[in-house]
Design a protein around this ligand. Sequence first.
Ligand SMILES: Cc1cc2nc3c(=O)[nH]c(=O)nc-3n(C[C@H](O)[C@H](O)[C@H](O)COP(=O)(O)OP(=O)(O)OC[C@H]3O[C@@H](n4cnc5c(N)ncnc54)[C@H](O)[C@@H]3O)c2cc1C
Length: 641
Amino acid sequence: MKWPYENAVGATETLSCDVLVLGGGIAGCWAAIAAARKGASVVLLEKGATMRSGSAGSGCDHWESAATNPGSTVSPEELTAAVLDDQDGYNNGISHYIESREGYDRILDLERFGGKVRDTADEFAGARFRDEATKFLYAYDDRARTTLRVWGTTFKPALYRECRRLGVKALDRTAATSLLVSEAGGVRRGAGATAVNARTGKFLVCRAKTTVLCMSRPARIWLFHPDLVGLSEFRPPQCVGNGHAMGWRAGLDFTMMEKSVPAEFSAAGRSFPPYSTGNNHNTWFPATIVDADGREVPYLDRDGRELRTYEERFQPAPGQKFFLMGGGVDAPKYAYRGPEVPDFGELLERGYRPPFYADLSRLPELERRAIWGLMVGQEGKTQVPVLAEFTGRGFDPAKHRLQSYGSGWKSASFLPQERQLFGLPGGLLHDWDLRTCLEGVYAAGDQLFASNCMGHAAATGHYAGRHAADAARATDLPAYDEAEAAREQARVLAPLGSDGDLGWKELNMGIAKAMQLYCGDRKHEETLRQGLALLGEYEREQVPQLHCDNPHDLMRTLETIDVLAVSQLILHASLARRSSSRALCFDRVDYPEVDPEADRKFFTIRREGGEVRTGALPLDFHGDLAANYARHNRADGEDAR
Ligand SMILES: Cc1cc2nc3c(=O)[nH]c(=O)nc-3n(C[C@H](O)[C@H](O)[C@H](O)COP(=O)(O)OP(=O)(O)OC[C@H]3O[C@@H](n4cnc5c(N)ncnc54)[C@H](O)[C@@H]3O)c2cc1C
């Protein structure tokens, strides 16, 4: 087929702006909006189409960061303390405090931009979970009321419209490839980024006073199947950690990159589409789970106490002020323990007969509709393939049950060495301005370490955008190294029409296999080093053999080169921690001691002049949350609004 777009391979365009935002997902759009509101000229580069790109492009069903909404009984300080403690301290105090302080402001933004966040049509009038005065619908903990049920399919178009209204120059189908770095008087600072158009092949040099990285988190590291990348993958398959790879090459600090969790949703033919099978988590909470004879599997609270009534599912355990539900699923202490807690064997011993099902017919009608119709429907990727498709084929939740495969919400079984960066994984290290260790370069959303969820991405995006705009005002446009940009252009375009015979899919499969073999569930110095040696060989011998025929495949090819870089980063980070850790799901068989006091810290890692440098930070390096927040923001709160 003839390539339907202009051929601009070999052409270069140069732009400049005050604030450059890389990635037009939730964090990127808010960073652009906040910077533009401060009068900065803003360019936003997005690999897909900003209107619908990113994890939330097709929707989201809950906003768990509304600690300051009028119905909440939990303060930002309490919520942040709980999420930190939930992860034994291996969590991001700065970003989650920002989320807790500003997440509700961002949902009000969305409403102003035209997103739907309240039950304005009174579809749920009289429901237990609805506040009649505000028309907010709450999810999960009835008393805490920090989480809102929302109409997330309306969000990305609303954000995109606001970006355009504010004059943000959003360049779609434009994949960022590297950070421009200027060096003057021994000081390195960000000077913008390079990118390539995924349709025309045109190379872009975008100069900027400050840059905000919002390219989400890595994927395709342990699990990749060349033909099965679509619907069953939880995250968008194009979010592979380009931003991490760019940061690694530019010498930015990372932390927690040794953390990986057993895979849950992923491609590689393993999973059903997310939320398409019977379960009781997040979107499906608090669905009733029954066995083949229709016998209910009881809910248990945090302490394992069996709950007798349906209403108790929305209450914290005795002695607990509130429970957490939603994002950090790795090793929860505050979360609800649902019917999935007894394992399969235990259920059989207790006389249950498989298979198990989610049975919404036993719920009150408004609760059933809030799950099937609101949350299944608004949650990412459920509107068409789950709600519309199943309904079209006759599924009626008032009458039918939906089968659950495996226990709980996991819709498939994975091998132990099949890992994922899920929940709260590692990422970029930053300070209280959300600035990385490179002057002029900020980060937000799922690119930050221990990050997760919409409200977090929105709040940190807005925060990073306004701090980047303030810094840009005090800066001249930095010079950049033109020779370096020319070398980057050559690197980026090399696979296009090359003499090589290796496709990106083969290389990605090879990397995933290597990571399973050498950096799986049980890690050892020798195998980690073997993994590094093998990936080094791929870099030297396979990458130059990569070949692609068009700019779209070029983008996939560049993604795979970045998957390789991120895999190397993970191997180095795994070598740096010489003990095991429960919260990090990190098992070093050669260092089996679990969480020894001396290692209860963040190990940091960066590349400097071809060498890998590691360091350490105390788990509470964020300091006093409220005091530090106050020091870095206007006292009247006007910035945040
Ligand atoms: C299926 C699903 C359901 C979810 N449901 C909820 C929910 O109900 N509630 C909740 O709180 N959270 C939910 N989440 C999580 C939430 O969506 C994410 O935490 C949030 O979107 C992260 O925002 P972000 O901007 O960091 O990343 P994203 O929104 O994923 O955006 C990253 C953007 O960067 C772009 N990009 C990547 N690389 C490049 C590059 N090299 N150049 C240019 N652009 C690039 C991508 O195309 C993408 O648009 C869900 C996630 C998924 C996947």
